[in-house]
Design a protein around this ligand. Sequence first.
Ligand SMILES: Cc1ncc(COP(=O)(O)O)c(C=O)c1O
Length: 383
Amino acid sequence: MNTQFERQVQHHLDTHDTPYLLIDKDKFLANVNSLKQRCSRYHVTLRPHLKTVRSLEAAQHILETTDAPATVSTLAEAEAFAQAGYTNLLYAVGIAPSKLDRIAQLRARGTDISVLLDSIEQAKMVSEYCNTHHCEIPALIEIDCDDVRAGIRSDDPLLLDIATSLNQYQGLLRGVLTHAGGSYQCKNPEALQVMAQQEIDAVVAAANKLKQRGFQCEMISVGSTPTAYFAANFDGVTEVRAGVYHFFDVVMADIGVCSLDDIALSVVTSVIGHNTRKQWLLIDAGWMALSSDSGNDSIPGYGVVIDQHGTIYPNLRVLKLSQEHGIITDINGDPVPFDTFPIGSRMRILPNHACSMAAMHTQYIVESQHSTQSDIWPRIVGW
Ligand SMILES: Cc1ncc(COP(=O)(O)O)c(C=O)c1O
């Protein structure tokens, strides 16, 4: 056995019941630091997305101060982080009217949280709510930069109409935001660079249009992990959002944003069966522990195998899942190393998609080679 981390993992491999979610804290901290440094080199603010980690303890390592900017994807996260004292939040999922009461309550308690929208209906609902309740709820207009999810195109005439509706009662327009979800399907550095520039161009064009018409546009926000790492510069934008980089995952390794060795998150699982006829290894981690997220189009299965000594078996993949069973085979049809994985032994599975693997669990076991103790970090669950 080599490193202290491996000894720690071995200890916990033996003490915690499987399956469970493990953070390699040293890799996590290195990942956190790498984007922080990149953004500081490019003089752009980083507004980390906390939707992947969903943990107060993790946030303490990500955000240096309680007024540091952060992004959330649920009001459960917003409320938990606000309760812990964080005051600068962006709720980056389109707003539904039923959620405005909770947003207003957060703002009344001193949390500067903004919302996201992309229609006149939403803009009217927000401004009417503010008028009726004598409050302010700042909003960003979502711009579609790649036809993948929500938002309007930057050249859509709706942009100015939404801004006008928002400002009908009070100055609620805070800026524009886009998210290049299409970057997860990019296959090489050139495509990632093009996507990163496309993301920036879209949101800067929208911001310029608004400013030309006299609207304030204090936030010009871009972000996805791949584009945050591949943008040639961040000229014209005020901030970068990204979240999955805290852990990284097989999708990010597949498209070249990180290596498999950078992945800080895994599920520890026990071997519960050998089927030598089919060359199957069975484990006690099914979709309840791993999620059934198959990543992007080019990734086979539901996660990569790593053994208890940290050796990665890139060709051993969880190829089938049921609720509490995973079936591992070699993607090239080579023999499965049953001797390395006797029944009862433990292994780790690296996530295709860290957000969805983490979402299946209520806590992390956190290990570091600098500590003989492991920590437990609870996860914020629900909406
Ligand atoms: C609006 C928004 N911003 C930022 C992100 C973070 O991107 P990533 O998961 O690539 O780090 C997401 C992820 O879905 C998002 O929806």
